[in-house]
Design a protein around this ligand. Structure first.
Ligand SMILES: Nc1ncnc2c1ncn2[C@@H]1O[C@H](COP(=O)(O)OP(=O)(O)OP(=O)(O)O)[C@@H](O)[C@H]1O
Ligand SMILES: [Mg+2]
Length: 285
């Protein structure tokens, strides 16, 4: 298992101005999950359900208050393993502007390997490879400021890639992007998963982005509420509504059509599947 979460509980201690603990907020309440190496996993859930808090546990930015989280069998509480864990599991956040520090793209991508102590003669090679993987080589000498949101996120991903992680956790990486930026980023992470065998953990509010995952975890109130393949999860329209989430529009459309007596197979999640089903109907009639 690449990530193994055993009854992970996390309490935020909220302090007042005097630094005294005013109250405790339980953000994770016994999270159990297992993610295999090479999987593409989506974590979905309503605002405040604990997704980001959980994500930060995977690269030891936060440590469990109770329970244990293992990354490649390393307990994240083990100080001696901290750098091993951080270099195995890199994080990409929502806002590309908060993640880019340098004034030249290639310097920004070099930042991670420099911090990890990679010898400087090797850094240029890692940076070049990372930029070419996200298809941004031609921007190596550019200033990140002038790039589009999608391009900035690809630079942020390159920055993580330059450290050769086995896993990348992306916390709503497309939330601030326009549709073309969103598809650039999604294509990039699917490419990394398929071609480079990088484990992907994608946190998203867009159900359409979760449809292509191998497996989905649905969070509610700090717990995994239910889980399964996209088909297992999205056919449960009522369960999804109960946790405050919508199903992908195509699933909604399929439900409406079925209510009107159109016979569709159960598993229509994507536009191309819907097109196939509808063409089939036409042939039959
Ligand atoms: N630094 C903090 N101090 C106190 N409480 C916090 C802190 N960060 C998050 N919380 C609370 O913990 C709970 C889980 O928050 P978290 O950010 O993990 O949720 P989320 O699922 O990522 O939400 P969103 O979809 O809005 O990003 C929420 O109730 C939130 O208000
Ligand atoms: Mg969040």
């Amino acid at each position: 298992m690449f990530v193994k979460s055993e009854k992970v509980v996390f309490d935020y201690h909220v302090q007042n101005e005097l630094g005294e603990i005013e109250h405790t907020h339980r953000a994770l309440d016994g999270v159990e999950l297992n993610i295999k190496k090479g999987d593409f996993v989506a974590i979905i859930g309503h605002n405040g359900s604990g997704k980001s808090t959980f994500a930060k546990h995977i690269n030891a930015l936060l440590l469990p208050s109770e329970g244990t989280l293992y990354v490649k069998e390393m307990d994240t509480k083990d100080d001696a393993k901290l750098w091993d864990i951080r270099s195995s599991a890199g994080m990409v956040f929502q806002n590309p502007d908060n993640q880019i520090i340098a004034t030249i793209v290639e310097e920004d991508v070099a930042f991670g390997p420099e911090n990890l102590g990679v010898p400087s003669e090797k850094i240029a090679f890692h940076v070049e490879k990372a930029l070419s993987t996200v298809d941004m080589s031609e921007y190596a000498k550019h200033s990140p400021n002038k790039l589009s949101g999608g391009q900035k996120q690809r630079i942020a991903i390159a920055g993580v890639l330059a450290m050769h992680p086995e896993c990348i956790i992306l916390d709503e990486p497309t939330a601030m992007l326009d549709p073309s930026g969103r598809s650039e980023v999604l294509d990039t992470i699917h490419y990394l998963n398929k071609e480079e065998n990088i484990t992907i953990i994608l946190i998203t509010h867009y159900m359409e982005e979760a449809v292509d995952a191998d497996y989905i975890y649905v969070m509610k109130d700090g717990k995994i509420s239910f889980e399964g393949t996209p088909k297992d999860v999205f056919v449960q329209v009522n369960k999804m509504k109960n946790v405050g989430l919508d199903v992908p529009q195509i699933v909604e459309l399929a439900t409406l059509l079925r209510n009107e007596g159109v016979s569709l197979s159960k598993d229509v999640l994507k536009v191309n599947e819907m097109v196939e089903e509808l063409c089939q109907l036409k042939l039959e009639n």
